[in-house]
Design a protein around this ligand. Structure first.
Ligand code: N01
Length: 535
């Protein structure tokens, strides 16, 4: 007897914030849906990234869903920036409140997805060889879900433990008395270094490119400010939607341009936003990401802060970045630079002393062999495209997404890819502002748009939607043109694939801000999906 294949209206890959919301929306529209999730639990990136110090850099009152006023009112965040465990508690609370679990299949890593043209449906296959069919396929696989593991010579020789921040063990790791290496100094490293340094006996940080780190200034939320937010949550959300990064609605960004202020005013502005803390520092002037002079001044202000914090001037110079501020993700930290004043913390600049190989007891650089018990790789992700190309996705005429994206990840509005009918991308980060914005705002916006589109198709009796290749080409060029008007694409980073050896270089996110992007999406929908081919 042939194997029975379960069929749904909607197949969703990923049970993180976007997959969960996609499921909620499917239910709302009375559509049958199944979520396939590789992990054994909910949470996506927040399930896997449970390293010490993991917390969000968007304020908790904004890093949560806004589709339900009741949900907003009944959940209480305890800190300005929520920790990973608190975010997971929230995610589980949402799953319970909306009764989501019975439509989610865990431990189900999707390895292949194929558009079956004759039946106009998608067939997905999981690692354990199970198949599922659905009319629409929503890839909610996340922008940061494929960890980038370094490949140093003789890496397997090391006898101790090797951990990656992006696939952290489910049980807490005991660092006491351990000699720990941390490779990488991006956002994950910036968060875990101070906490691990507190516990371990010796820490060596292997740095290739320093980051700009602004203090998070995390603290407990007061009842008063929670009350204030909840008294008109909608106003806060509406304001955020008009802001470039769709975050920081509790603060008023400075509308002025850098060149209009004199030196003293400029420094006062920078100091004011340094004191506010967090990513909001980029709001100090309206043109920090547009005017190289403004950007250089902001960067020098941050370098001077490091020079004040770090006791050893030579070490401070190694820790400061000379890149374009914001071109690589701005990091927020708590006691990051201060940690390098500790006697048990050492920095190896691997540009000066490259890592030659791993050895059974540690890491050999061009200068010395250093002994470690645990090596923490905080080496990032194959961002935005990685989760999608890790599946063998095939559209019309067996067109492979991996092949199509070899020379550039083309999408139209970041929602769909030409040649892949009825496949929707939910906040993958490609061609959308998700990576530059409060991703929760982007997720809800994109998922709402996708279901608006599905509803429009269904009510008009249409069967498929996919981008017109010409519209896709235009969007790709537009995304590049907009990025080129800013300073975002200058340095090599995961924004442009520069962090993955051999990956095609292309600036992936839409840098024009959330309001411009959502306006464009709205316009396309209003004009009956211009740029899409509907059959
Ligand atoms: O990854 P990264 P991440 N040898 O790519 C280094 C989100 N996030 O996990 O820059 C030596 O930023 C690499 O060096 P270089 C957030 O969007 C958010 O830290 O390539 N070093 C770099 O220093 C963030 O931006 C939060 O020269 C190697 C580091 O590893 C994104 O996730 C918290 C190497 C990787 O930095 C990714 O952050 C955490 C090698 N072979 C993460 N390979 C918050 O919400 C890589 N590196 C606060």
């Amino acid at each position: 007897m042939p194997e029975r294949i379960d069929s749904y209206d909607i197949l969703i890959v990923g049970a993180g914030f976007s997959g969960m919301y996609a499921l909620i929306k499917a239910r709302e529209l009375g559509l049958s849906a199944l979520v396939l999730e590789a992990g054994s639990e909910l949470g996506g990136t927040w399930f896997w990234n449970r390293y010490p110090g993991a917390r969000c850099d968007v304020e908790s009152v904004e890093y949560c869903y806004q589709f339900s006023e009741e949900l907003q009112q009944d959940w209480e965040w305890s800190e300005r920036f929520a920790t990973q465990p608190e975010i997971l508690r929230y995610i589980n609370h949402v799953a319970e409140r909306f009764d989501l679990r019975h439509n989610i299949q865990f431990n189900s890593r999707v390895t292949a997805a194929c558009y079956v043209e004759a039946d106009n449906l998608w067939e997905l296959k999981t690692e354990d060889e199970k198949s599922f069919r659905g009319k629409f396929f929503i890839a909610a696989s996340g922008p940061l879900s494929v960890p980038l593991k370094p490949t140093f010579p003789e890496q397997d020789a090391f006898q101790g433990e090797v951990l990656h921040t992006g696939t952290w063990p489910q049980q807490p790791v005991d660092f006491s008395g351990q000699r720990v290496a941390v490779i990488g100094t991006g956002a994950s490293a910036v968060q875990c270094i101070p906490l691990i340094a507190d516990q371990c006996s010796e820490m060596t940080v292997y740095q290739r490119t320093p980051s700009y780190v602004v203090p998070a200034r995390n603290r407990a939320m007061t009842q008063e400010e929670v009350g204030l937010v909840k008294s008109d949550y909608k106003a806060l959300r509406d304001k955020a939607a008009t802001m470039q990064f769709a975050l920081g609605a509790r603060y008023d960004p400075e509308p002025g341009s850098f060149s209009e202020a004199d030196f003293e005013q400029q420094q006062l502005q920078f100091e004011k936003w340094w004191q506010v803390g967090g990513l909001h520092f980029l709001y100090a002037f309206a043109d920090i990401m547009l005017d190289p002079t403004a950007n250089k001044a902001a960067a020098e202000f941050l370098r001077n802060k490091v020079r004040q914090i770090v006791d050893d001037p030579e070490l401070a110079e190694k820790l400061v970045s000379h890149g374009v501020l914001g071109s690589r993700r701005l990091c927020t930290g708590s006691n990051y630079y201060e940690t390098f004043n500790r006697d048990n913390v050492h920095l190896v600049d691997i540009n000066e002393s490259p890592i030659l190989r791993f050895t059974p007891v540690g890491i050999e650089t061009s200068e010395a062999e250093l002994v470690h018990d645990i090596i923490v790789c905080a080496t990032g992700f194959d961002a935005m495209t990685g989760a999608l190309t890790s599946m063998d996705i095939r559209g019309r005429h067996d067109l492979s997404l991996r092949d199509k994206w070899k020379d550039g990840a083309d999408t139209y509005l970041g929602m769909q890819v030409a040649g892949f009918p009825n496949l929707f991308l939910a906040a993958s980060g490609v061609g959308t502002p998700a990576a530059f914005s409060n991703v929760l705002v982007s997720i809800e916006h994109q998922v709402d748009w996708i279901y608006g589109c599905i509803a429009a198709l269904t009510t008009t009796g249409k069967q498929t939607i996919e981008p017109d290749p010409a519209a896709e080409e235009w969007w790709v060029e537009h995304v590049q043109a907009v990025a080129d008007m800013t300073l975002f694409p200058v340095d090599s980073s995961f924004y442009n694939g520069g962090n993955v050896p051999g990956k095609h270089r292309m600036f992936l996110p839409f840098a024009g801000g959330f309001p411009a992007y959502s306006d464009k999406c709205q316009q396309v929908a209003t004009e009956e999906y211009t740029g899409f081919l509907i059959t």
